[in-house]
Ligand binder design. Structure first.
Ligand code: SF4
Length: 501
């Protein structure tokens, strides 16, 4: 009997940018009596079903984007006589769907870290339940990943989680509902040990793969301080202190280690935090800008963000502290107009952000937006390929719409073309080359150009284009660019590196 862990994907690039952390965490949760699990990340290469034998146990993690492929894999391995267990955000939201469509014997809702061994055992004993509640595991109990199982020369960046959960409540995001609004902070010991292990193996770039690396904003502290009962304030101050302690310890690691994380724009008002990030060599952060207009921010319940020139100042504050911004923008909001696209492109240049992604508004399950959209669309009863549009993740990939909500003034195609044009402009070679001047030497500059082009091919062309020729071209380009880009990110291993005191 063997345990298999599978990250499904309908596209495989041979080399991936970031390690899918959950695979290696669940590997750590797999009891040693079953041996090392076989790990398949289909963003590298697709599963060979012949590797699965009758009586094996197969764990499949799904989000809405890869659920359809996940169900296909599940049915395939069930037909081969394996026990099939689903987990992940999508399975948490729609456990019955995995049972009905994915050949599941069992589904785990919530975190798998603690419940996984019991589910495997029940499957092997033949007395599994259909649905398990994994709950939300406390920060101190979140497991270290089994990085010893990582295949060599396949990933550019490793990923380590330092905190789970986000206190905000953006309408397009499901994180605060699935991972909770209470930040669950891991101890700095656990984080540093993982980072050291990864640097020993030759990883120099590490994503701190958190829902929100800045879970306590200055405004949260001010609000808590106004209350007579100071327990919330003390709790928030303790979380903040733990963040600083972690950054202090990251700063003691070899200086060639570079970190990247995900953060809210509120951090721009906290120079002490930005200085600590700089000292810790956290050189990049994905910042959810979403919209450059106040109306757009209201559309997504993100009125703690800024718009216009104030937004430019905030984004520049990151850069002034040595933190490069990957700005994330959403197009297709009800308040967007044709002029919003140009205004966004211009602002992205003016604010000197280093990377950007321009996504089209998609109602993802588990979000407030989805709830409202589902109610409206259910009345209309639209079907695509025989599937209700309200279950869009089940529509075959090539037939999935790219724009889901009718827009008050623009057609779906207009939003798509304009979004594509903003990607083209931001990632034109002259613009990439100009931005690459922020790097210290020619090798770094080359890495910057390659990763920019790769990012564009992997995410824009495969995500926005509707014609299959363009998608396959992008896939081919990404396959070609990925191996040399990975080599530029690697560093000589440091097998003797020790955890600093
Ligand atoms: S988009 Fe970011 S800030 Fe908003 S709820 Fe999700 S994780 Fe939190």
């Amino acid at each position: 009997m063997r345990v298999h862990l599978i990250n499904p994907s309908h596209l495989a690039f041979g080399v991936a940018v970031i390690t899918p952390r959950w695979l290696y965490v669940l590997a750590a949760a797999t009891p040693s009596e079953y041996g090392d699990p076989a790990i398949v990340d289909e963003t590298l290469v697709q599963l060979d079903p012949d590797t699965v034998s009758p009586g094996d146990v197969v764990g499949i993690g799904i989000h809405s984007g890869n659920a359809l492929r996940g169900y296909e894999v599940g049915r395939q391995v069930r037909d081969r006589g394996a026990k099939v267990i689903y987990g992940g955000i999508h399975a948490t939201l729609y456990p019955n769907e995995a049972l009905e469509l994915g050949g599941a014997h069992a589904v785990v809702k919530g975190d798998g870290d603690r419940i996984w061994p019991a589910v495997i055992k029940a499957c092997l004993d033949g007395n599994e339940q259909s649905i398990y509640e994994g709950g939300r595991v406390e920060g101190g109990s979140l497991l270290k990943a089994r990085w010893d199982l990582l295949p060599s020369e396949r990933y550019m960046w490793a990923s380590v989680q330092t905190v789970r959960g986000c206190p905000k409540h953006c309408s397009f995001c499901s994180v605060w509902r699935t991972d909770g609004q209470k930040p669950r902070v891991r101890s700095s010991d656990a984080v540093i040990e993982e980072v050291v292990e990864l640097r020993r193996k030759g990883f120099r770039f590490i994503a701190l793969a958190d829902d929100n690396f800045y879970p306590v904003a200055m405004s949260d502290l001010r609000m808590a301080d106004r209350r007579a009962d100071k327990s919330t304030l003390n709790n928030l101050l303790a979380i903040r202190a733990e963040r600083f302690e972690l950054m202090e310890r990251l700063a003691k690691l070899p200086r060639d280690l570079v970190f990247f994380t995900q953060i809210t724009m509120e951090a721009a008002e906290d120079p002490e935090f930005l200085k600590a990030m700089k000292k810790a060599n956290i050189k990049g952060a994905l910042v959810g800008v979403e919209s450059v207009t106040p109306e757009g921010l209201k559309d997504v319940y993100k009125d703690f963000n800024f718009a216009g020139e104030e937004l430019v100042t905030r984004l520049r504050a990151f850069r002034e502290h040595g933190v490069h911004v990957l700005g994330s923008f959403i197009f297709g909001l009800p308040s967007d107009r044709p002029s919003t696209f140009e205004a966004t492109a211009a602002l992205a240049q003016r604010a000197e952000i280093t990377f950007a992604q321009f996504v089209m508004l998609t109602p993802f399950p588990g979000t407030v937006d989805f709830q409202r959209w589902e109610e409206d669309m259910t009345k209309e009863g639209t079907l695509i390929a025989g599937i209700p549009i309200t279950r869009h993740w089940l529509i075959p990939q090539g037939q999935r719409p790219k724009v889901y909500s009718p827009h008050p003034v623009m057609s779906a195609d207009e939003i798509r073309f304009r979004t594509q044009a903003v990607w083209d402009e931001f990632y034109s070679l002259p613009n990439i080359w100009r931005r690459s001047s922020c790097t210290p030497n020619l090798r770094a500059r080359m890495a910057f150009v390659l990763i920019s082009k790769l990012y564009r091919q992997m995410y824009a062309n495969t995500g926005i284009a509707t014609d299959s020729a363009r998608v396959s071209r992008a896939e081919r380009w990404a396959r070609l660019l990925a191996p040399p880009t990975r080599r530029l990110f690697a560093a000589p291993p440091m097998p003797d590196l020790q955890v600093p005191n």
